[in-house]
Design a protein around this ligand. Sequence first.
Ligand SMILES: N[C@@H](CCC(=O)N[C@@H](CS)C(=O)NCC(=O)O)C(=O)O
Length: 86
Amino acid sequence: MGKIPTLEDGDVVLTESAAICLYLAEQFPDARLAPPADTRERAELYRWLFWLSNTVQMTQMRRTYPERFGTAGVEEATRSWPSTTT
Ligand SMILES: N[C@@H](CCC(=O)N[C@@H](CS)C(=O)NCC(=O)O)C(=O)O
């Protein structure tokens, strides 16, 4: 089964959007896609990337495909999101 998104870069085949973002930032440092390593700003990048992939995506998947997951807890989880995401 195909997986979206998928990045192919030579021998590297990578899924997971957060991993792809970090990989691209490391491959193209001159583009300054990510703050420098070992900084508070870099930590914030990790925070939001993991929040998106661990919290938002899972809740959205449960909302989009309720037949796979059921709906228990979805409304409660969505209410806790910051207002900019609702
Ligand atoms: N955790 C993955 C989620 C990827 C994902 O859910 N992709 C969707 C399309 S945007 C998908 O493949 N949906 C089809 C399915 O789950 O069957 C990521 O961040 O890349």
